[in-house]
Design a protein around this ligand. Structure first.
Ligand code: ZN
Length: 100
């Protein structure tokens, strides 16, 4: 599993999103979430907790990138983990695991 910046570079090329994905300011170290995903109006913002293990980082990137992919042009900021998100999760997972 590549680091966050490399992982996003790989995903941007192989699984494009409707809006650019950018890394936002790191979350506080004591945040209970590993990561957050937001739509800014012009781009998707991924924020990560700085002290994640490699496995946690992988989980966080795959999870949030699947949200960006499933939101698409709807620009929805829902956190629904339904079938569409699940399919995107599988695609993102395969791309990242296949690249390491
Ligand atoms: Zn989620």
């Amino acid at each position: 599993m590549p680091k966050a910046i490399e992982a996003l570079d790989i995903l941007r090329k192989r699984l494009p999103t409707a809006f650019p994905v950018r890394l936002g300011k790191p979350l506080p170290k004591d945040c209970e979430d590993y990561s957050t995903a937001k739509f800014s109006g012009a781009s998707y913002i991924l924020r990560l907790r700085p002290n994640l293990s490699e496995g946690e980082l992988q989980d966080a990137i795959v999870h949030e990138y699947a949200h960006f992919r499933s939101w698409g042009l709807l620009q929805a900021q829902t956190y629904d983990h339904g079938p569409h998100w699940g399919i995107e999760y599988a695609l993102v997972y395969c791309e990242l695991i296949g690249s390491s």
